[in-house]
Each structure stands twice: as C-alpha cells, then as structure tokens.
Write a protein that binds this ligand. Structure first.
Ligand code: ADP
Ligand code: MG
Length: 288
C-alpha cells in the first residue's frame, strides 16, 4: 500500500503541491487533473527525482526515502517527456536501462527481447529511436519502465502523441499489466482512464480534490448535469454564465450541456452524468 502523507512542494512562494493526501492499493489509479495541477511533481517525488518541501510517502508503512534503493527497485517509471537517446536502437536502450536497474547480465537480453515483443516492437528492435513514430516511442517507454518487474508502475501522460487506435491498444496493455502491479496513470484526458481505472484521484492546484471509484464519482453528480436546447439569442449568454458547459449534438440538434448545482434554466432537463461531467464540475471553471 502506498500513502501520500501531507506532501507539499514549494517553488519559491508557489505551492506546486499543497498538503496532498491519498492512499493507493492494487489496481489502476488515475491521477486526473488539468495541466499544472501538480501530477508530474507528485510523480517526480515518488520516483525520487525531486525532493518534497514537507510530508512523506509510505510504502506498506515504511518511509520511501528511508527505503532508498530498495523502494526505487520496486518502481517502473515512464516519464512525461522521455529523453531517449535518439541514436540508440530500441534494443540498445533496453540494455542500457537494464544495466541501470542492475538486471542480472545473464537474463538481460532475453528480458529485453521479451519486453520488446510484449509492446510489439520486435521488428523495430535494431532501428534507431530517432526514426520512431510517437506511438512507437510511447510503447518503448512502457517496455523500459517494466524492465525491473516493478510493483508500482508510474505512467505520466502516457498517451500523448498517440492516435485513437494506439490509445485503445495502450489502455489494453495497461489493463493487462495491472493484474500484476499497482499502476498510477497520470492524465488530463478522461477517456484514457474511464474504462480502466479502479479509482480516480482528482488533483488541482496541488491539492487532492476527490478520490473514489468511477461509479461513486458519477453518482455524486446526479442532479447536477443538465441539457437544454437553447434559443439562438440565449446560447452565448448561457455559455458565458455557465463556464462548466459544453455543446453537444443530440438528434442533429445542438444542445448545451451544463454542469451546475441548480437547474440553470426553466427548460433545462436533468441528464445522466458521465465521468467527463465530474471533470468539468471540478476543473471546468478556469476562474476558480
Ligand atoms: P502537471 O504535471 O499536473 O501538468 P506539474 O507538476 O508539472 O503539473 O506542475 C505543477 C505546477 O508547478 C505548475 O504550475 C508548474 O508550472 C510548477 N512547476 C513545476 N516544476 C517547476 C519548477 N522546476 N520550478 C518552478 N515551478 C515549477
Ligand atoms: Mg505533467
């Protein structure tokens, strides 16, 4: 079990993390929040790349800083901006990472090949990384994160640069992996995690906003999601008045969907909430 205990990270007077608090067990945890929320900062502290200003992380009750190398050996990390060596081939990168993580030499090549196979890069194993597409790079990023058979897999915005088909593939790979490890999937894209996350941790301005299963988060939105067929002269005003709103198409008609505690308009009707509404409710109003 992993526990973030009052984690705070200050850059000067700015709080990138502000007394962040959460508990994780097995399965896929989505760390969901807009850009700048503090997701990467939290993950950088977890993997030991950044030091917190205060607070601690506990793994099965033990302080991860004190565990040091013993804890790092349990982590697989796919960074948001992987700085892979472009002149390395896929196989060379895997060997390099294996050596960094002190994998036994004897099994090294076998393990590297097995992982490249699992992300479907066997044919490209001797190609230079600089020739790789975004999707191939992300798959290689996943393979290298798995080299030490981690107990905790950290994926920081892993679907950036993937096309819709590659996103689906990536999600399926992660779902499979989560049978064997805890996965922390950082993203600002709801659809990346809505079919796979066991729990969603909402983060904003460095603070924990909400944590729960997807059905639970959606249930709390009952009675807060409305739709309305607007008159042409009302549309602009409604969009301005309700920043937590979006335009959707229903039966060829443009409908305004509004997330709001109270009924926003006489003609509005209540709708079944979805996870996207939770995101809009918590993060939709940029002025907050
Ligand atoms: P996210 O990954 O959720 O997009 P980050 O953790 O990268 O958010 O950033 C959180 C906040 O901390 C942002 O406002 C960002 O500008 C700020 N920040 C991150 N790293 C630094 C740094 N090295 N120096 C100053 N501010 C930083
Ligand atoms: Mg980030």
């Amino acid at each position: 079990m992993l526990r973030f205990n009052g984690l705070t990270k200050k850059y000067g007077k700015f709080y990138a993390l502000d007394n962040f608090q959460a508990e994780l067990e097995n399965g896929i945890y989505a760390l969901l929040g807009p850009n700048g929320a503090g997701k990467s900062t939290l993950m950088n502290i977890l993997v030991g790349l950044t030091a917190q200003t205060s607070g601690e992380i506990l793994f099965n009750g033990r302080n991860t800083e004190q565990m040091g190398e013993e804890f790092r050996a349990k982590i697989g990390y796919m960074p948001q901006y992987p700085g892979f060596y472009p002149e390395f081939t896929a196989m060379e990168l895997m060997r390099y990472m294996a050596d960094m993580k002190c994998c036994p030499r004897k099994q090294r090549d076998e393990r590297c090949l097995e992982l490249l196979e699992s992300v479907n890069l066997t044919e490209q194993r001797d190609k230079k990384i600089r020739t790789f597409s975004g999707g191939m790079r992300q798959r290689l990023g996943l393979a290298q994160a798995l080299i030490n058979k981690p107990e905790i897999l950290v994926l920081d915005e892993p679907t950036a640069g993937l096309d819709p088909k590659e996103r689906v593939r990536f999600r399926n790979m992660v779902r499979k992996l989560s049978e064997q490890m805890t996965v922390i999937f950082c993203t600002h894209i709801v659809s990346d995690i809505e079919t796979i996350a066991k729990e969603v941790i909402l983060i904003h301005h460095g603070k924990l906003i909400q944590q729960g299963s997807i059905p639970m988060l959606i249930e709390e939105m009952q009675g807060k999601v409305w739709e309305l067929i607007p008159n042409a002269d009302e549309l602009e005003k409604l969009l301005e008045q309700y920043p937590r709103s979006s335009l959707v198409s229903r039966n060829m008609q443009t409908v305004i969907r509004i997330v709001n505690d109270e009924k926003p308009h006489n003609d509005a009707y209540a709708c079944e909430p979805v996870l996207e509404d939770v995101y809009l409710y918590q993060f939709g109003d940029d002025s907050v």
